[in-house]
Design a protein around this ligand. Structure first.
Ligand code: PMP
Length: 370
C-alpha cells in the first residue's frame, strides 16, 4: 500500500514494531519511562520548555480540550479562518458558548496579518482572551504565517496565542517558545509518524493561569488533573500505552535525524512532488504552500472520486480528495513524516497512469467494452 494522505501517514518499521509489542500497564515504571521520553521528544519537536500533556483521542479532542480548559462561556475569542480546520476552532468555541469573532480569508490563501492587526487595534481588539490559529491548514495545503501573527498578537493585545499544529509539527518550521505561542496542539498521525489516536498540548505559564480561572465544566480532559499526574510521568486514566510506545520510537527517529534536517528533507520532497505534478500539467491550489502536502486542481474532465477509487483499486495508492466545497475540485498528496521520494515517485506515476486510463476508457467507442 502507498499511503499519501495528509494523515494518517505511513509508519516507520520501528513504530509498527513498538505498536505490536506486549501492552504496558499504565502504572508500570516501564511505561512512565516511555511517557517521559515521549514528552521530552515532543518538547524537542515543538521547541518548547513548557509541560506537554498527552491525551488519548485524535487532534480534535485536544482542540476541544483547549477550548474547555482555557475559555469560559461568553469569553471573546478571535479566529482567523481559511479552511476546514480553522473553521473547526469556530465550531468548537460556539459549542461551548464562547463568542468567536471570525476573520475570513479565501480558501487557498493564508491568513492576512494586516486583518489580524486591524482587528486587534480596533476597540473590540482588547477584549479577546485568546486568538485561535491554524498553522498548516490541511484542507488547502496552506501554511499560515504564525510567527508574524503571533508577534502581532503579543504586541497589540493580552490575548493568548493558541496554535493548531496538528499537521505541521515535524513538518514545517515551528518554534513554540521562540514565536511566543502560548498553547500548541498536535496529534500522532501526521508528521509525528505514529498511528492515529493520541494528541498533545503544551501550555505556557500564561495559559496555565487561564486554565486555573476558566469556569467551564470538564472532567476527563481537565488539564490541571493531567498536569498533576504528568509530574510523575503518569496519566490520570488508562491511556493508549501502545500508542505512547509507538510515539517514543517515532520521536527517537526525529531526534536522531535532527528536527531542522527533517524540516529541510520535507521541503526538498515538496519541491520534488511539485516538479512531478507540474510535469503532468497539474495546477496548484495553495498560495502559500506548506512543505507537508500539495493541493492541486483536478482537470475539469476528471471526476475526483472516480480517480481516487481507480488509484486505490488498481494501484493501492491512496491520496485525499478536497473537503467540503473543495471536494472533487482539488486533490491532496502528502509528503510528510515517513513518506519518502520512492513512495512519492510511485504514487505520482500511478496517478499519471490512472488519469490516462480514465480518459482512454471514456474515449472507447460504445460496444467496445470487453
Ligand atoms: N487540525 C488540522 C490542521 C488537521 O489537519 C486535522 C486532521 N486532519 C485536525 C485538526 C483534526 O485532527 P483529527 O482528525 O486527528 O481529530
Amino acid at each position: 500500500m502507498i499511503l499519501l494522505t495528509p494523515g494518517p501517514t505511513p509508519l516507520p518499521p520501528c513504530v509498527s514494531q513498538a505498536l505490536s509489542r506486549p501492552v504496558l500497564y499504565h502504572r508500570m515504571r516501564e511505561f512512565s519511562k516511555v511517557l517521559s521520553y515521549t514528552v521530552s521528544g515532543l518538547g524537542y519537536v515543538f521547541k518548547t520548555k513548557n509541560t506537554v500533556l498527552v491525551q488519548s483521542g485524535s487532534g480534535t479532542s485536544a482542540m476541544e480540550a483547549c477550548v474547555v480548559n482555557l475559555m469560559s462561556e461568553r469569553d471573546n475569542a478571535l479566529v482567523p479562518t481559511c479552511g476546514v480546520f480553522s473553521d473547526r476552532w469556530v465550531r468548537i468555541l460556539r459549542a461551548y458558548g464562547v463568542k468567536p469573532r471570525v476573520i475570513e480569508d479565501e480558501w487557498g490563501n493564508p491568513t492576512s496579518c494586516d486583518k489580524v492587526l486591524d482587528e486587534l487595534k480596533s476597540q473590540r481588539g482588547r477584549s479577546y482572551k485568546a486568538v485561535f490559529l491554524t498553522h498548516l491548514e490541511t484542507s488547502t495545503g496552506v501554511i499560515n504565517p504564525v510567527r508574524d501573527i503571533s508577534r502581532i498578537i503579543r504586541e497589540n493585545s493580552n490575548a493568548l496565542v493558541v496554535v493548531d499544529a496538528v499537521s505541521s509539527a515535524g513538518v514545517d518550521p515551528l518554534e513554540t517558545d521562540g514565536w511566543g505561542i502560548d498553547v500548541v496542539v498536535s496529534a500522532s498521525q501526521k508528521g509525528l509518524m505514529n498511528a492515529p489516536g493520541l494528541s498533545f498540548v503544551a501550555l505556557s505559564q500564561r495559559a496555565w493561569k487561564a486554565v486555573e480561572t476558566s469556569s467551564s465544566s470538564r472532567f476527563y480532559c481537565d488539564f490541571l488533573t493531567m498536569k498533576s499526574y504528568m509530574k510523575n510521568f503518569q496519566t490520570p486514566y488508562t491511556t493508549s500505552t501502545s500508542l505512547v510506545a509507538g510515539q517514543a520510537e517515532a520521536l527517537g527517529l526525529i531526534r536522531a535525524q535532527g528536527l531542522e534536517n527533517v524540516w529541510r528533507k520535507t521541503a526538498r520532497l515538496a519541491v520534488f512532488a511539485r516538479g512531478e505534478l507540474k510535469r503532468l500539467d497539474f495546477k496548484f491550489f495553495a498560495k502559500s504552500p506548506s512543505s507537508g502536502l500539495t493541493a492541486f486542481y483536478l482537470p475539469p474532465d476528471i471526476d475526483g472520486e472516480k480517480l481516487i477509487f481507480h488509484l486505490a483499486d488498481k494501484y493501492d495508492v491512496h491520496i485525499a480528495n478536497g473537503q467540503q466545497g473543495l471536494k472533487n475540485k482539488i486533490l491532496r498528496i502528502a509528503h510528510m513524516g515517513y513518506i519518502g521520494e520512492k513512495l512519492l515517485r510511485e504514487g505520482i506515476a500511478a496517478l499519471e497512469k490512472s488519469v490516462k486510463e480514465i480518459r482512454s476508457k471514456r474515449e472507447e467507442p460504445h460496444g467496445s467494452k470487453k
